[in-house]
Design a protein around this ligand. Structure first.
Ligand code: AMP
Ligand code: MG
Length: 327
């Protein structure tokens, strides 16, 4: 079954049942999560999972995250690890954990690895669809590989168009940044693979010192071409970074400025965009991808973007902005 245009489904029970039925039949459906919109498919059906890679233009060497409803279902796809007890309180929520895989998980999902990335998401719509479908759902961000992740349903339609036939409209995403990824696959190491909404501070409080894996190390381990995942979350417009609170480089008509909050010292200008009123990173972060997409459509030659304080959620914010600026 395929359609020529994408259609929006509501979060009414009848539409969620429809989405769940489509997933059970091996189709791919875009769903809201608390992080970004995901392009979901039945994680145990290789044909369904293949559609995700095709729709996104994602290389098969880049493994997917499997979303499950609860801790019991998690153990149907991943081996139990006693360290999970210490971090269970972050679930349901924006935390992904890499564990040893069970043999029922298709190679396509894990890129042939002996490990699988799993998450118990919090978004009530996503949870209902998992439960109605009865399937663990593989779901990367619902955007073309390498572009800025979608945080609103229209973003999915804008960038995937009719390649993604069904989009469940759950409104804007709460965090607007992808999940934190923690690697527990080796028994004596705890490694952070990606900064996200669950912060290093929060994780270290439960687990002790965590090793932070740099993007370069991560790429080397995954045998990816240099820069392949560096250049991620990237708009087409070039981006340059400025430190929090730094003076703005000289203005020009063709240059946009993306700042964490309003600065009283600056004149009002059509080229200055603010991510929040308060300047708190937690309030600015959910707007980042939406503003990057908006500025990308406005034809600026360059975007100067302000980094956050490098702590808490600011580490995830800065990571995404730095990757968006990578060329
Ligand atoms: P996303 O594209 O946001 O869904 O995130 C998926 C990312 O999770 C991949 O690009 C990998 O960096 C990471 N990942 C998924 N599965 C694994 C795995 N088995 N081992 C290590 N990293 C993984
Ligand atoms: Mg992605």
């Amino acid at each position: 079954m395929s359609k020529s245009t994408s259609s929006f489904l509501t979060t009414e029970p009848s539409d969620l049942i429809r989405a769940a039925n489509l997933l059970r039949q091996g189709e791919s459906v875009a769903l809201p999560t608390e992080t970004v919109y995901g392009l979901a498919a039945n994680a145990l059906n290789p044909e369904a999972v293949r559609k995700i890679f095709t729709i996104k233009g994602r290389p098969l060497i880049d493994p997917l995250i499997v979303h499950v409803a609860d801790f019991t279902s998690l153990q149907q796809v991943a081996e139990y690890d006693s360290r999970l007890e210490k971090i269970k309180s972050f679930w349901p929520g924006p935390l992904t954990v890499v564990l040893r895989r069970k043999s029922n998980v298709p190679d396509l999902v894990t890129a042939g690895k002996t490990t699988v990335a799993v998450r118990i998401p919090a978004h009530p719509v996503f949870r209902q669809v998992i439960e109605l479908s009865g399937c663990p759902l593989a779901a990367p961000s619902a955007n073309p590989f390498g572009y800025v992740s979608p945080t609103r349903p229209q973003h999915v339609a804008d960038s995937l168009g009719n390649r993604c036939p069904w989009i469940v409209d759950g409104g804007p995403c709460q965090y607007g940044l992808e999940s934190t990824i923690l690697d527990l696959s080796s028994p004596d190491k705890v490694r952070l693979l990606r900064f996200g909404p669950i912060t290093v501070e929060q994780l270290e409080e439960k687990l002790g010192k965590i090793e932070i894996v740099t993007r370069q190390e991560n790429q080397a381990e995954a045998a990816l071409a240099p820069g392949m995942l560096d250049r991620h979350y990237s708009p087409h417009t070039p981006i340059k970074l400025i430190a929090r609170g730094a003076d703005l480089p000289s203005p020009s008509d063709k240059t946009a400025y993306l700042l964490l909050s309003r600065r009283l010292t600056l004149p009002t200008s059509e080229n200055i965009f603010y991510l929040s009123e308060s300047g708190l990173t937690a309030e600015a972060a959910p707007q980042l991808f939406a503003l990057l997409r908006q500025l990308d459509q406005q034809g600026f030659a360059l975007i100067w973007a302000e980094l956050a304080e490098p702590q808490g959620i600011g580490l995830a914010f800065n990571d995404r902005l730095t990757r968006a600026a990578a060329r």
